[in-house]
Write a protein that binds this ligand. Structure first.
Ligand SMILES: *Cc1c(COP(=O)(O)O)cnc(C)c1O
Length: 418
């Protein structure tokens, strides 16, 4: 049955509009990536009938008329969305920003923003009558798919590069996924997963290929807007790998604008690692022609040398009059420490990269000190404890005696008031 709020799926390359069914993936005419389009008058009327403020559901599904689903059915669901938006005064002062907010999406059930896309993928797979879903991922798309599918009783085949951090692999095993570690890059992993999906006909949760995933991801922007009383910040910072997240962030604001709920788009700060920044390199050169790069960063979730969604990412940057900034691994680790010590937020490297980008953008004068900025933390630090310890250091260690404690304090220069 056709969805009342969705008008179709428009190809980002040839511009043709095709019907949006549960199995719709890329454009049947040219293979381009599709973008789900809505009837904004209908959405506006629905919101007027049932104001958001009166809805008890705290999850991403509270924005039902903005989403390409009829409903979420009867199966059990994880509680995705409704993550906190903190006004981070202390961290703002350290970074030299007047008004800084942290949107902590590491608080989703499998601890990353990817839960928003995977929850959507599971519902669409059910609509399509499928019991098995597959994807390739740098790690978080995989663990979120495995978790959200497990809750609903679906099975998963997951392809991840063997470099994926232990925490993410542990999640996959715990959620009962069939896990295939691929000895190669993310590019290699994506290729073999695509072949396997073709061969066995599983439901495809690969980023970019499936246009519904971005519709899940965009709910982070709907939440930010609602949490700020629909008053837009000047900037929203997010880290970028394949480009689906930044595309989703932008799509959320565009849909809100289309439905008349906000009066302008915030400028999006696109943050990549200097060791792997194909999208920002193209954006900075003002071209859509990107070139593959090596995957040279500790931020595994954004170590994407061949981005799968460059068109939507580059459009998100240009349509929002965005800012691009690349950060080194040292700058990412510094941001992890700053987020932890000044905001109490524990981020994995790619989760902290957005905040590293905000810091650097201020230092470079790319954004104004009196700006209001939302920095999205996309993933939780417990997923990658090795890099967390590398960033934060080892604690002091003592024999269980007071003289040893005093000695250790002395050695560290710690003075404890009596
Ligand atoms: C996937 C991911 C990103 C980047 O999203 P893309 O869609 O690949 O650009 C950033 N941070 C974390 C923690 C992620 O898992």
């Amino acid at each position: 049955m056709a969805l009342r709020n969705v008008t179709g799926a428009r190809c980002t390359i040839c511009g043709k509009v095709v019907p949006a069914g549960p199995e719709t993936t890329t454009c049947p005419h040219c293979g381009g990536i599709l973008d789900i389009e809505y009837d904004y008058d209908y959405i506006r009327a629905e919101i007027a009938k049932k104001p958001l403020a009166e809805r008890p559901d705290p999850t991403m599904w509270r924005y039902m008329e903005f989403l390409p689903v009829e409903g979420i059915g009867k199966r059990p669901r994880l509680r995705v969305g409704g993550s906190p938006l903190y006004l981070a005064d202390a961290l703002g002062r350290v970074l030299g920003i007047r008004e800084l907010y942290i949107k902590d999406d590491g608080q989703n059930p499998t601890a990353s923003l990817k839960d928003r896309a995977s929850a959507m993928a599971v519902v669409k797979a059910e609509e399509a009558g499928r019991a098995t879903i597959a994807c390739s991922s740098t790690g978080n798309a995989a663990s979120s798919l495995a978790g959200n599918a497990a809750a609903a009783g679906l099975s998963t085949f997951i392809f991840v590069p063997s470099r994926a951090p232990k925490g993410k692999v542990a999640q996959l095993m715990m959620f009962g996924a069939t896990v295939i570690l691929v000895e190669g890059s993310y590019e290699d992993t994506f290729r073999i997963s695509a072949e396997a999906i073709d061969r066995w006909g599983w439901y495809n949760r690969n980023a970019a290929i499936n246009p519904y995933l971005m519709e899940g991801k965009k709910t982070v922007s709907l939440e930010i807007a609602e949490q700020l009383g629909f008053k837009m910040p000047d900037y929203v910072a997010v880290s970028v790998g394949d480009g689906c997240t930044i595309g989703g962030v932008c799509k959320g604001f565009k849909d809100l604008y289309g439905a008349g709920l906000i009066d302008r788009l915030p400028r999006i700060i696109s943050v990549q690692a200097s060791g792997c920044c194909p999208i920002n390199t193209a954006a900075a050169a003002g071209t859509m022609e990107w070139t593959p790069q090596p995957e040279n960063t500790l931020a595994d979730s954004i170590a994407v040398g061949v981005p799968r969604n460059p068109v939507k990412a580059l459009r998100a940057i240009s349509e929002s009059n965005g800012v691009v900034v690349n950060v080194s691994d040292d700058e990412i680790m510094a941001a992890m420490r700053l987020l932890g010590a000044n905001a109490g937020v524990f981020a994995e490297p790619a989760g902290a990269a957005g905040t590293a980008g905000v810091k650097k953008a201020v230092e470079l004068g790319l954004i104004e000190k009196d700006a209001s900025v939302v920095s999205i933390v996309t993933g939780n630090g417990l997923k990658d404890v090795n890099n967390a310890i590398r960033a934060a250091g080892e604690p002091m260690s003592i024999k269980p005696r007071m003289d040893a404690l005093l000695e250790a304090f002395d050695a560290k220069g710690i003075k404890v008031p009596k």
